[in-house]
Ligand binder design. Structure first.
Ligand code: NAD
Length: 498
């Protein structure tokens, strides 16, 4: 059976100890093994990145950007192969996989602007014969730890930007679906990246702890669930590292009575059930303002949910594939059981779905609950599956209070035709990414991505301008070149222009 190995110092490197099964979620079969790094293997990658750093930080940004240009071209050329690798291990449909890759490529495009984004700031004559500027210098060896649900896009949020900023990077991808992530990293080597600038090391907690504890690793970018995000943030910052740790979510869509219902229904179908609900920006709660819109929404959703085309992600023309693992499927079904037990009204039940020919796949059908209340676990917890909950409220203010009271604050949206409601919502909602008639407001690559509250630990959001700030540190330089003929006496007062 094939083993997915590490990429260390530009070479494929076999593991020395433990490994884990990688499953095909559409069939339930083990398709590969993935090596799980021990501390010694992680140290090889850290040493490699450290050795590559002096030459890479001194490589002109324009030359670093040229590598990214070639990388972008290779990613586009290999879109079909990458999408298939994603789909085989994650389970998402081929079209969805291609979509995530395209959003990832947009981050590579942003990184191609390295010479522009690293220009810094300059002031001439801040004093007599004195000029000042701020320089954006790389941090050194930095690491990224990524989740299973976007094996292509989320790593591409991180390392292209970190690398064009002059850092060397160690990526610890999800051990559940490592193949596309590794394949993409190999394309960056092919694009001409020097050895050691990007290392990919597979593993679990042992590998992550080795990164947290290594003094050579100066910054950690994490994307995954909230408990692990909080752990990485507290352990990393305790050791003086710069950390951005993006966590879980519970994203609400507010439906106002004046919403364009047909468009809102289409938007909700894609946002709730696309990728089987395994997106940190998935809409999992529809908050209906008034019973009239709630009743109309339920009636329109039922036939569309029942008509979802569900099957092996690698087949064409589907809406939804399976969940990623048997454990994920069991967890989602457990939440549906709990919703029924806690008194929510189960309108469409996806628990008994069987896909002909794929009876052992990890499938759960589209599920809809109505009359959900805030104390139910299907409301409080991130289910990360194809389950949409409807909560009924009486006013926009109540809808906003509900959202603001929730522990997560990743994404949200409002469906309305009224500008005043939309403006109030954008101003007052305590969520990091907001859509107005846009269900998945994932910022484009030249803005930055990040939630509020327990959806993000750290100060800077991922990618875009915040990503540049995260992967660089500023140095302020004040320089004086006195005129040869002049001589200035010592000054003992604090220097000023006064
Ligand atoms: P996860 O937290 O289980 O794993 C994420 C990474 O952490 C993986 O690389 C994993 O190997 C590692 N990890 C797991 N347990 C660890 C431990 N005990 N110690 C150290 N490292 C550990 O998350 P997941 O299941 O892969 O991904 C789904 C979660 O990610 C969801 O909660 C989703 O909302 C979240 N997510 C958030 C964003 C965002 O931008 N906010 C984006 C994508 C996914």
């Amino acid at each position: 059976m094939t083993t997915v190995n590490h990429l260390i110092h530009g070479e494929m490197t076999a593991g020395t100890g433990r490994s884990a099964d990688v499953f095909n979620p559409s069939t339930g079969e083990v398709s590969k093994q993935v090596a799980l790094a021990d501390r010694a293997t992680m140290q090889l990658a850290i040493d490699s990145a450290k050795s590559a750093f002096p030459a890479w930080r001194n490589t002109p940004p324009a030359k670093r950007a040229q590598v990214m240009f070639r990388f972008k071209q290779l990613l586009e050329q290999h879109e079909a192969t990458i999408s298939k690798l994603i789909s085989e291990e994650h389970g998402k449909t081929l079209e969805d996989a291609a979509g995530e890759l395209k959003r990832g490529i947009e981050n590579v495009e942003f990184a191609c602007a390295a010479p522009e984004i690293l220009k810094g700031e300059y002031s001439r004559n801040v004093g007599p014969n004195i000029d000042a500027w701020s320089d954006m210098q790389p941090i050194g060896v930095v690491a990224g730890i990524t989740p299973f649900n976007f094996p292509a896009m989320v790593p591409l949020w991180m390392y292209p930007l970190a690398i064009v900023c002059g850092n060397c990077f160690i990526l610890k991808p999800s051990e559940r679906d490592p193949s596309s992530t590794l394949y993409i990293a190999q394309l960056l080597q092919e694009a001409g990246l020097p050895k050691g600038v990007l290392n990919v090391v597979h593993g679990d907690k042992e590998a992550v702890d080795a990164l947290i504890e290594a003094p050579e690793v100066k910054a950690l970018s994490f994307v995954g669930s909230t408990p692990i995000a909080e752990y990485i943030y507290s352990e990393g910052t305790k050791r003086g590292k710069r950390v951005q740790a993006l966590g879980g979510a519970k994203n609400h869509a507010v439906l106002m009575p004046d919403a364009d219902l047909d468009n809102a229904v289409s938007a909700l179908m894609g946002a709730a059930y696309g990728s089987c609900g395994e997106r940190c920006m998935a809409i999992s709660v529809a908050v209906c303002v008034g019973d009239q819109i709630a009743d109309a929404l339920v009636q329109k959703l039922i036939p569309q949910i029942k008509a979802l085309k569900i099957g092996a992600g690698t087949s064409c023309g589907l809406d939804m594939g399976p969940l990623v693992t048997a454990a994920a499927r069991d967890k989602v079904k457990g939440y549906i059981d709990a919703g029924v037990a806690q008194g929510a009204s189960l309108v469409v039940d996806g628990r008994d779905l069987v896909v002909a020919g794929n009876e052992n796949g990890y499938f759960v059908g589209g599920t809809l609950f109505d009359k959900v209340t805030p104390e139910m676990t299907i409301y409080t917890d991130e289910i990360f599956g194809p389950v949409l909950c409807i909560v009924r409220v009486g006013s926009l203010e109540q809808a906003m209070q509900l959202i603001n009271d929730h522990e997560y604050g990743n994404g949200t949206c409002i469906f309305t035709r009224d500008g005043e409601s939309a403006r109030l919502f954008c101003d007052e909602i305590e969520v990091g990414m907001v859509g107005v008639n846009v269900p998945l407001p994932v910022p484009v690559a030249y803005h930055s991505f990040g939630g509020w509250k327990r959806s993000l630990f750290g100060d800077l959001h991922a990618y875009g301008p915040d990503g540049v700030r995260f992967y660089t540190r500023k140095k302020a330089i004040t320089q004086r070149w006195p005129q040869r003929a002049s001589h200035e006496a010592a000054q003992f007062a604090f220097p000023s222009n006064g």
